[in-house]
Design a binder for this molecule. Structure first.
Ligand code: CFM
Length: 544
């Protein structure tokens, strides 16, 4: 799948060097999460240990369950009052810290994203219980804002003292007559924010999806799952889809509203962008309502074109297929021109990326477009299927941490289950290359000589940098300045620093320009310390 091999470092050596610093027990554990890609042929048999506890004492980049639920999945939804039940720090640190943008239709439309709602638990609430305070907070939020939905997020202490947020939600829902529900997303659940994604998926599916059966008369209706509008990505994806004549019923959850979720079961196809965070909703929508899902990616022009073609092929309408081809041809002109301009300045350079649960894979294409090689990549909290492909799901061992996260038993809806395609149609489409319910993961795209590292630590990051010497490193704010101190440009792929959007064709152009600017900025030449330039002083001890 990948082009010419340019990697000269032996990934086995890098792994050995990383593990050499650990005590044997830790080395054994970490060894399972570090996978050298030593040959093209063996890629099919590689495994990457993932979704397991971080070793205590190792500095991880992971977040907590509450962060995955409140910040990631529910964060971009503007018209729900998201109330954090807990000490103020949890609410404060998840307040607008992710660059998910929103565009309310008018100035007076509901938009609570700029507010930070919290019960601000104090010592006495921990000792005597916080339910009363929670009820009062819901009442207060209702009195001031009159929202149509309030949701409650549980933090660690709430689970430890046993406040029943669901009972409070039921009581206040009956009292106020609006939709109120709670998330059991205590920070300590699971091993990372991934647990919070699953809990958010389950809760929204239970309390919101299916509440509004209105079917719009748009011809091609899809849900965009796993796109969070960081830096405005969802805005330009929406523009592109509109240009093609494809309607988005609901986005989970970039630039979204509660009404979109309520109505999402009326779409005819689910297009899944970030598989890790939202595959549960995709599966549940299929089982309950009969909507098939396909994996797509709008990061990189090739993936964008391929994703549009898949969506068009699914609807089996020549008019749509023709429009999509026309749009791709048009959009590719400036993309190709930009690649031609920038590639000579970036070709042969190398990159590394360690991000969340999908971008460390999706962003590789944009670097390859510029003739760059990806030396090493990994996710913080993805599962084995995000590395190895969904075919490994039946082999994944369920451990105590995952057993803690509820799996909903979903049945076909008695009246609304409506398979959008017959089995024969699905088979015919699969023969044409439209794979359903399939994600092949990161491994097929990794080059020979590269190294995959799951849940990377600071020590491992530094060893990789020293041995592979990448030209650019991509991760998040926690790594940014440590990496830059090595004299290596660092691009944040979570927040995009202050840049973006980077999705679809237009965003790809922004990304190429950004990488060019970062790689070729003069500043990096001035980073050599005087003793690195001048010959070292040599001397002798008098005693010798
Ligand atoms: Fe999905 Fe995301 Fe990601 Fe993610 Fe995230 Fe994010 Fe991410 Mo930061 S939902 S897994 S929990 S694509 S916030 S928008 S960038 S770690 S790679």
């Amino acid at each position: 799948m990948t082009g010419e091999r340019t990697i000269t470092v032996n990934p086995e050596d890098v792994k050995k060097e990383i593990l050499a610093k650990y005590p044997p027990k830790v080395a054994r554990k970490r060894g399972k999460q570090i996978t050298p890609v030593s040959s093209e042929e063996d890629k099919g048999s590689l495994t990457v240990g993932a979704n397991v506890r971080t070793v205590p004492g190792i500095i991880t980049q992971r977040g907590c369950c509450y962060a995955g639920c409140k910040g990631v999945i529910m964060g971009p939804t503007r018209d729900i009052i998201n109330l954090t039940h807990g000490p103020i720090g949890c609410g404060f640190y998840s307040w607008l810290t992710r660059r998910n943008q929103t565009r309310p239709p008018s100035d007076d439309a509901e938009n609570y994203m700029t507010y930070c709602f919290s019960t601000d638990m104090q010592d006495e609430d921990i000792v005597f219980g916080g339910e009363k305070k929670l009820k009062a907070a819901i009442q207060e939020a209702y009195d001031i804002f009159k929202p149509k939905t309030i949701s409650i997020f549980s933090t660690c202490p709430v689970g430890l003292i046993g406040d029943d947020v669901h009972a409070v939600a039921r009581e206040m829902k009956a009292k106020l007559g609006i939709n109120i529900f709670g998330f059991s997303c205590e920070g300590y659940k699971g091993v990372s924010q991934s647990a919070g994604h699953h809990i958010a998926n389950n809760t929204i599916f239970t309390h919101v999806v299916g509440l509004d059966d209105t079917i719009s008369d748009a011809k091609y209706k899809i849900n965009l799952l796993g796109e969070y509008n960081i830096g405005g990505d969802a805005f330009i994806i929406d523009d592109l889809l509109e240009k093609c004549g494809i309607s988005v019923v609901s986005t989970f959850s970039g630039n979204s509203t509660i009404d979109q979720f309520a109505n999402c079961h009326t779409a005819d196809l689910n297009a899944v962008m970030c598989h890790r965070s939202i595959n549960y909703v995709a599966d549940m929508l299929e089982i309950k309502y009969g909507i098939p899902w396909i994996k797509i990616s709008f990061l990189g022009p090739k993936s964008t074109a391929q994703s549009l073609r898949k969506i068009a092929a699914y609807f089996e309408d020549q008019e749509l297929i023709d429009t999509v081809e026309k749009v791709i041809a048009e959009e590719m002109i400036p993309v190709e021109a930009k690649i031609k301009e920038i590639k000579p300045r970036c070709e042969g350079k190398t990159a590394m990326m360690f991000v969340g649960g999908s971008r460390a894979h999706h962003y590789q294409e944009l670097f390859r477009d510029l003739g760059m090689e990806v030396l090493s990549a990994g996710y913080e909290f993805a599962h084995r299927d995000d590395y190895e492909g969904r075919h490994v799901i039946p082999d994944i061992k369920i451990d105590a941490d995952s057993r803690n996260i509820e799996e909903l038993e979903i049945e076909p809806d008695e009246t609304r289950y409506n398979p959008r395609k017959t089995e024969a149609q699905i088979k015919a489409l699969e023969e044409k290359g439209v794979a359903f319910k399939e994600y092949e993961g990161m491994i097929p795209d990794m080059a020979k000589g590269s190294l995959i590292v799951d849940d990377i630590s600071h020590h491992e990051t530094e060893t990789l940098i020293e041995m592979y010497k990448p030209d650019i490193f991509c991760a998040g704010i926690k790594e940014k300045y440590a990496v830059q101190k090595h004299g290596i440009p660092m691009k944040q792929l979570h927040s995009y620093d202050s840049g973006g959007p980077y999705a679809v064709f237009k965003g790809a152009i922004n990304f190429y320009e950004e990488i060019d600017r970062m790689l070729n900025a003069n500043i990096w030449h001035y980073l050599e310390a005087p003793w690195q330039k001048a010959p070292e002083l040599s001397g002798k001890y008098a005693a010798e």
